[in-house]
Design a binder for this molecule. Structure first.
Ligand code: SAM
Length: 266
């Protein structure tokens, strides 16, 4: 939907965008078409969309021969989407962060104009649960890309960068100006894609928790954060991997977290 149609749709349905849900509705048809194309969706794919809003992406996705599930926190919007003849999706009323009654491993593709206030938590949940998805495409705040695609030994490097790198190959696809949304967010946005790699096999809920734990005292030695694990197991893992006992989490490459997890937990 373009700007005019989006405005009309909001008016007809009496919807005032809720800032507490991060509602900035995309209304640029070229950007919408690009996002759908970037996702590389194939016939028969099972696609998960987080936060369909009033259907900017849900509408073109509904026209494809796919199995689409869209999870929306705002009941006003999910009710409208369910009644919209152009929407062909299973719309789930839920805060995605609380959703347990679904089959995350079944999804081939994840797509979302992410609500920025919960971006990190949603991405972590996806990395922990949607472990078979071959691609994830997100709209994020442009300034957040520095944290998502951060390198070791930088201030921005943390759990989100480690998990993103373990999941796959990062690509920044598009920059999107605030004027492409109703209402316009204060910041510029970016569309990013993540393509699953071999290392993604390491992802699960426990691994995500482990990476968070490793960074829980990021200014201190990593051993401080690993105190919950038996000392001799941690020491054995360090010697097996040849790690300096003084190393800090932010100095370790993403793949080292996989080896460390295997050595301590498995
Ligand atoms: N996809 C639409 C678009 O591109 O116009 C809407 C994007 S808007 C940035 C974010 C959407 O996520 C809103 O519809 C909002 O209600 C929904 N949302 C916010 N928090 C959510 C959560 N925790 N779980 C599911 N949906 C959420």
């Amino acid at each position: 939907m373009d700007r005019e149609t989006t405005n009309k749709y909001l008016k007809t349905h009496g919807i005032l965008p809720e800032s507490r849900f991060g509602q900035n509705f995309l209304c640029d048809e070229d950007i919408i078409a690009s996002i759908v194309e970037i996702a590389g969706i194939r016939k028969g794919d099972r696609v998960l969309e987080i936060g369909p809003g009033i259907g900017a992406l849900t509408r073109p996705l509904s026209a494809m021969e796919i199995d689409l599930t869209s999870v929306e926190i705002d009941k006003r919007l999910s009710e409208i989407l369910r009644e919209d003849p152009d929407i062909n999706a299973q719309v789930i009323d839920s805060d995605f962060l609380k959703l347990t009654d679904y089959n995350p491993e079944a999804f081939d593709i994840v797509i979302s104009n992410l609500p920025y206030y919960v971006m990190t938590d949603i991405m972590k949940k996806l990395f922990a649960e949607c472990i078979n998805a071959r691609k994830m495409v997100f709209m994020v705040e442009e300034e957040a890309t520095a944290r998502i695609d951060a390198s070791p030994k930088t201030k921005q490097y943390g759990p989100l960068a480690v998990l993103t790198a373990v999941y796959g190959v990062y690509s920044e696809e598009l920059t999107v100006q605030g004027s492409c949304f109703i209402p316009a967010p204060r910041t510029t946005s970016a569309v990013i894609s993540l393509t699953r790699s071999e290392d993604a096999k390491a992802l699960n809920k426990e691994f995500v928790r482990f990476v968070d734990t490793c960074f829980s005292m990021r200014r201190k030695k990593l051993t401080n954060s690993l105190k919950a694990y038996p000392k001799e197991i941690v020491e054995g893992a360090y010697s097996k991997l040849g790690l300096d006992p003084n190393v800090r989490a932010e100095e370790l490459a993403p793949e080292v977290f996989i080896s460390l997890y295997d050595a301590i937990i498995n």
